[in-house]
Design a protein around this ligand. Structure first.
Ligand code: FUB
Length: 324
């Protein structure tokens, strides 16, 4: 199998969120940068401070880097670590959702607005009220209702919110364990103006094939981070990273609010600790955008790639063969 080439090699990019806007494929990745911070399980080495937006007219063609779309010192509440973003379009405006630690070190989700898909994005002065943790993924359903999915354990702090309030303790003691249900990703409806939550934040339940919530000890299947939602033939596909087992997995449901049933793996472990993706339909084909560390050999300097995805006769997802 030939490994696909990174989409760009002039920057390190990760966590690609892809959307089709105005007939083009836009990619909203994290922008990885060099650091002297040592790798740790808290993810301190992912020390990003701005976002670039990329676009292409067709897959395999030139990729345009539209330059800096938003940077940390433009956002009053951001302390550090601008992690995996996503974007949405509604009523002719474009919204960039991004997680970052606030000045107290607590991850929150912010939103910034633009007139064009590539920005520049103007940030709201405060994070979204009621938001926490990392990896926001937006989804606008066919009826126009928008949702925001988010959450990530360990360095992403989801385990710190088990009581509903932020409790900073060692992640190993706060993570669910054994036969307890794994910590669930979160979802909330977005308001009509896309800048606030229009519902309570709720758990997105992911059941195993036996109909019971996936156990916390099942690290091959439990949610870790990297939420993504897409819709295919009227069904909802929630996909995510299993973190320390390094799979991209997915679950299928009949409502954007769940419950979902585990359906399998999309991608085996890539080079590098993290795995994070998006799934998009563009010009009649489906694609998986993901990242690895093949260019740098370093966990914190990743490169975005893409491959075609197909559905089998049961509407299950798999990578297209042969690989590019
Ligand atoms: O890019 C920083 C973090 O690494 C993301 O928020 C996670 O999903 C992982 O990819």
């Amino acid at each position: 199998m030939t490994d696909p080439k990174p989409l760009v090699d002039h920057l390190f990019t990760a966590d690609p969120s892809a959307h089709v806007f105005n007939g083009k494929l836009y990619v909203y990745p994290s922008h990885d940068r060099e650091t002297s911070i040592q790798d740790n399980d808290n993810g301190d080495q992912y020390d990003m401070n701005d976002y670039h937006v990329f676009s292409m007219d067709h897959v395999g063609g030139p990729v345009t880097d539209h330059g800096i779309a938003l940077k940390a010192d433009e956002v009053p509440w951001v302390g550090k670590q601008m992690w995996a973003p996503d974007a949405a379009e509604k009523n002719g405006k474009f919204y960039l959702y991004f997680p970052a630690r606030d000045k107290e070190g607590v991850f929150r989700v912010g939103v910034a607005v633009a007139d064009k898909p590539e920005g520049p994005f103007k940030p709201e002065p405060e994070p979204i009220k009621g938001s926490y943790s990392i990896d926001p993924a937006s989804f606008v359903d066919e009826d126009g209702q928008a949702y925001l999915y988010f959450g990530g354990i360990w360095g992403g702090q989801l385990q710190c919110w088990r009581t509903g309030e932020f409790v900073q303790e060692d992640y190993e003691t706060m993570e669910a364990s054994g036969d307890e249900p794994a910590l669930a990703p979160r979802v909330a409806k977005l308001s009509e103006d896309m800048k606030s939550f229009a519902s309570e934040v709720q758990d997105l339940v992911i059941n195993d094939e036996d109909g019971r919530p996936i156990h916390a000890s099942n690290h091959d299947k439990r949610f870790f981070e990297a939420a993504w939602m897409h819709k295919y033939k009227g069904k909802y596909y929630f996909s995510y990273s299993t973190g320390d087992t390094h799979f991209l997995a997915y679950a299928i449901g009949t409502s954007p609010l769940g419950p979902f049933t585990y359906a399998g793996r999309i991608l085996d472990p890539v080079q590098g600790w993290t795995t994070h993706h998006s799934i998009v339909e563009f010009q009649g084909k489906w694609y998986l955008l993901y990242h690895d560390t093949s260019l740098s050999g370093k966990n914190h300097l990743r490169s975005v790639k893409m491959r075609e995805l197909v559905y089998d006769g049961e509407d299950r997802l798999k990578l297209a063969e042969p690989q590019p």
